[in-house]
Write a protein that binds this ligand. Sequence first.
Ligand code: FRU
Length: 492
Amino acid sequence: MKTTSTMAGGSYGTKIADLYIVHNLAAVGGNSRHTYHVMPPVGWMNDPNGFHEAFGKYHLFYQFYPYAPSWASMHWGHYTTEDFVKWKLEPTALAPDGKDDCDGCYSGSSVVKDGKLYLVYTSVAAGKQTQSLAVSSDGVRFEKLGVIISGDQLPEGCLKTDFRDPKVFKRGRYYYLLAGGMSEAGEGMLLLYRSLNLIDWEFVNVLRKDGLTTRGIYECPDFFELGGTDVMLASPQGYRTDDWRYENEQSSVYMLGKLDEKKGVFEKDYEDEIDGGFDFYAPQTLKTKDGRIVMIAWMQMWHRLFPTAKHGWAGAMILPRELSVKDGKLYQSPVREIERYRWNPVRFENVTLGSRNELTKVNGTKIELCFSLDLGTAKRVGVKLYQSGEHDARIYYDREKDRVIFDRSRMGVEITHDAEEKDAAVRSVWVSTKDNRLDMRIFLDVSSCEVFLNGGERTMTGNVYSEGGGVSFFAEGGNAKLITLDKYDIVV
Ligand code: FRU
């Protein structure tokens, strides 16, 4: 008997999941639900999966466990969007109800071939991880086609228990598949396969192998071309901290360079952390109809407290970002479509900030703030967000440290973390402050904060769980100037 048929409106597992969602939507709540970020309708969300354009819209699948706000046996939830801001919930795409994926349908990607949408995902059963395929001709219901790469196709010395998160892309005649792997010695690896038909795959090469700089595998690789540069993304577990970089227990990195797909060699020119905040993981990209590369990522981090779980949900996605390469580095800016949702613009110019002058005339928790600072003589200059009484989250430039700091230690909720992480309360990044200037663009959405510094040279993303909606611009230890401030409500 074929237990995984999805022909008539979904497999057994996806139907149960969808019934559960409908009956439990009302039980999800609390005051941290976002308004313009993707969240699970109920239960748990982690990595974005299969982010792709197909059938005239953008599809976002995600790691989903409907039955509790915690990670368990993974399904693929599904949303679609036309503009990356408003999202439509679709029926659950995959459930762990097959013999090869009875322990989970883990992360993966999607690809369009001959007018059909194929999902390529990691199937987990009895501790073994294999790569599997599912297909849809309407973009709604998926039929599983079974395992396409098993552990027997791993190079010598690789673990069959850690082989996952396939990203498929096309170059020339071939489809290529990039997956994370791990050697028996515990080295994280990136593995490249190729195929002409998505069914039969041959191993090409190990694209990257780390001499134990990771404490685990490279999760969720991604690959795309951007203005003549090849870009690889990956999320290594336990990457070593390097000064202010890679301070989370798991990091997300980008590598710019050139892929020789025939030899399976990636010549790397530059590598860096993608986001310097707390909550950013497992990014994936798609190419839009008008040729932009748009990235989405999980706006959370492993091994921490998830305060929203008591209200029946956990996990969300970042506001998708457009990527570009400038001066040999990756730049990020929020999708331009968000600007259609700006309301009630307010502008301030040339406001002096100092010990007696805070600008407190704007507020809100679903807002965009765009501002330019003249750093003046101040020791610290920036903005307090989600403020109420003594609670707030702060984004500011610290002259002595020469860093931009995201400090959520006063938000009133302590995010507990495990021993591998120094703290989950303060992060910092270096950005250029040429001419004593700093530009910031900040998006708040009820319990999230995404910061774009100097036109996307660096970003910092973090969740903030605070009751307050106050905003104040401040300078300490000297004066500074808010050259311009534009504030908008974001209303969807
Ligand atoms: C990354 C990850 C992936 C895996 C998935 C399981 O966050 O651990 O490697 O496929 O989550 O949900």
